[in-house]
Design a protein. Structure first.
Length: 284
């Protein structure tokens, strides 16, 4: 993976299962020294290009159904796609934004995968393995939101200082300056929150609850800030040839992947509000 020999993907979401990972129906049943993998996945990033796929599946015992196993029956199986009979890629899905990123359907029709490809070597560890890494994934989503907001603000500032209306620049209008000041305040607050979260993460102190709320709040701010910035472009903001339009379209999915923002609120609901993230000068 590090050398680039493998392009990877992680196949979690299914046509009927999104944030509720415990409900996945893809199964891997033991057959000698192989697992027989059956099921379907959708919305898989790198799905068209990946040649090593981490498949989230159930490994039920003989006579047991996937529904019976719950989280305890979940495992992660590493599928090398080259020469894998029964593995099929579906269509490259047509998205609102993220046009440069392939997002695909995947199908597994009795694909034989060596038992040695079970991540961790023990069945039933998949849910724990996923949950252990989700705070980092959600922090990465928030970081992406930060970069997008900062880019949108920079693009809008440049545009409003060049574009003229009624004989003066858009920047000259008080409303423009007020809107950009509001956007800047949101960006500064989000940056402070994300920076503190990165400190906590590096110290091993970023819990799933905090990461969930950070992902929720930053991505909500991302959509609001970019929407306000687009408005200042007028009609040009709606044109795909302008970067602000691309930033606007790409922002919407941030509130969905990595766990929907509704699930993020549920995950963070029991947060101890008295516990502060480490954010002192000494920590930095």
């Amino acid at each position: 993976m590090a050398s680039g020999e493998f392009i990877t993907a992680i196949a979690m979401t299914e046509p009927g299962t999104g944030s509720d990972l415990q409900a996945v129906q893809t199964t891997a049943r033991r057959s000698g020294d192989h697992y027989v993998l059956s099921g379907a996945k959708t919305f898989i990033t790198n799905g068209q290009n990946a040649n090593l796929i981490v498949v989230v599946c159930k490994t039920p015992a003989t006579g047991e159904s996937a529904a019976d196993t719950g989280a305890k029956g979940m495992s992660l199986l590493m599928l090398e796609t080259e020469g894998a009979e029964g593995f099929r890629r579906g269509r490259n899905l047509d998205k609102i934004g993220m046009k440069a990123q392939d997002t695909s359907e995947l199908f597994f029709d009795d694909v034989r995968v060596p038992v040695s490809n079970l991540l961790g070597g023990v069945e039933g560890q998949g849910f724990f393995q996923l949950m252990q890494e989700l705070p980092q994934e959600r922090l990465i989503v928030a970081l992406g939101g930060m970069g997008a907001m900062e880019r949108a603000l920079a693009e809008t500032l440049t545009y409003t200082k060049q574009r003229k209306a009624f004989g003066k620049t858009i920047w000259s209008f008080q409303n423009t300056r007020f809107k950009l000041a509001e956007a800047q305040a949101a960006v500064l607050a989000a940056r402070a929150m994300v920076d503190a979260a990165m400190v906590a993460h590096l110290q091993g102190k970023l819990g799933a609850d905090r990461a969930a709320l950070i992902k929720y709040w930053v991505t909500e701010q991302q959509c609001k800030v970019i929407d306000e910035c687009l408005q200042l472009f007028g009609g040009y903001g709606y044109m795909n040839e302008y970067p602000i339009a691309e930033l606007y379209a790409d922002a919407r999915v941030q509130r969905i992947y990595g766990g929907t923002n509704e699930i993020m609120k549920e995950t963070g609901r029991a947060l101890d509000v008295g516990a502060a993230l480490p954010c002192t000068r000494g920590d930095r």
